[in-house]
Design a protein around this ligand. Structure first.
Ligand code: 13P
Ligand code: SF4
Length: 335
């Protein structure tokens, strides 16, 4: 192996991305557009990406929309501006395509909270239960899952399961509790949480509402119950965005990752969006995993077609079944 290749391998293993210098005079927007055309590549970005990445993306969406897009694209290369489980899901849905992720270390605290070997043992205690997993899980976890769900379709997925069929729901306990309340199903819940959505301060939100009495509190179902209980609207990222477009309210306190504000402000420039405050002084309502991707890393990843997502064939074959079931139920429900 040449010294150069050795360096590339070490960088990817240690840092998760290719740490190369870029000519600072380059117009990265222009260069990325050129690479898209040259390579027949599509950029799929989640709403939590930084605004520059959202602006250069071909499709911006929530986890369900991104999976649907990954399943139907005719591009040769999918560049996933999101986190690792999302890029894995795209690879499982389009295994013949090259799927790139600008930084392999862009993980997810929910996916980390549910290691497949530990879950496998847990599942053995409930042989009669079927497993519904939030899509924020590793590919290996998807091989242990009967049906995946996202926050957009979770209620419909649970309701599609016969009432006498017991269910394990993993890994998000907050979404799980919300679903138990919403559907009346008594599910066994795995105890995982999103590090961003469990940080909001109910006390600071209350004070904010006193200062903005007309503001509506809108929250993602990954938030804790005491936040959801006081929310005026609960929904996935797309659900929250659409609500702000159609609502007559002028001010919104937004309890989810702050990246979504970019699309909310673009869609409704005359409305005010206030990120819900975390219970400490850091910018904890920014997902550190999502924010590992930068425009520079996106450019380098497209130029060198690295880092790429690879999965064992057996994991793709077994894991994709749970995603396909989710997409089928979503299509039937018109989602
Ligand atoms: P949705 O965009 O599907 O609502 O999910 C939010 C999220 O946390 C993605 O990691
Ligand atoms: Fe995972 Fe939470 Fe980040 Fe979404 S916001 S990727 S659930 S850690």
């Amino acid at each position: 192996m040449t010294a150069e290749l050795e360096q590339v391998k070490t960088d990817l293993e240690k840092k998760g991305y290719l740490d190369l210098d870029i000519d600072p005079t380059l117009d990265l927007f222009e260069e990325i557009e050129k690479l898209k055309k040259e390579k027949n590549a599509i950029i799929l970005a989640h709403y939590y990406q930084e605004p520059d990445i959202q602006d250069i993306a071909d499709y911006i969406g929530d986890s369900l929309g991104l999976s649907q897009e990954a399943a139907k694209t005719e591009a040769d290369i999918i560049v996933f501006a999101g986190v690792h489980f999302m890029a894995e899901t795209a690879k499982m849905l389009s295994p013949q395509k090259k799927v790139l992720l600008p930084d392999l270390k862009a993980g997810c605290s929910l996916a980390d909270a549910c290691p497949a070997p530990v879950f496998r043992k847990f599942k053995e205690k409930y042989p009669d239960h079927i497993v519904v997993s939030y899509v924020n899980t590793t590919a290996e976890m998807k091989t242990l899952t009967d049906i995946c769900c996202t926050s957009t379709n979770a209620v419909q997925i649970i309701e599609s399961i016969p009432k006498d069929q017991p269910i394990i729901f993993a890994p998000d306990i907050n979404l799980g509790r919300y679903l138990v309340k919403k559907t009346g199903r008594d599910m066994v819940l795995w105890n995982g949480a999103c590090m961003v959505h469990e940080i909001f301060s109910a006390e600071k939100i209350t004070k904010l509402r006193l200062r903005h009495p007309d503001a509506l509190l809108i929250a993602h179902p990954e938030c804790e119950a005491h936040i959801l209980d006081s929310a005026d609207f609960i929904g996935s990222t797309t659900g929250l965005l659409n609500f702000t477009k159609r609502s007559e309210a002028k001010t919104f306190i937004v309890a989810t990752e702050a990246g979504i504000l970019h699309q909310m402000e673009k869609a409704s420039p005359h409305k005010t969006f206030i990120p819900a405050p975390p219970n400490n002084t850091c910018a904890c309502n920014e997902c550190p995993h999502m924010k590992r991707n930068t425009l520079e890393k996106l450019y380098i990843c497209m130029k060198y077609e690295m880092p790429e997502i690879f999965l064992p064939e057996s994991v793709i074959r077994e894991g994709v079944k749970s995603i396909d079931r989710m997409l089928e139920i979503s299509a039937k429900a018109g989602l």
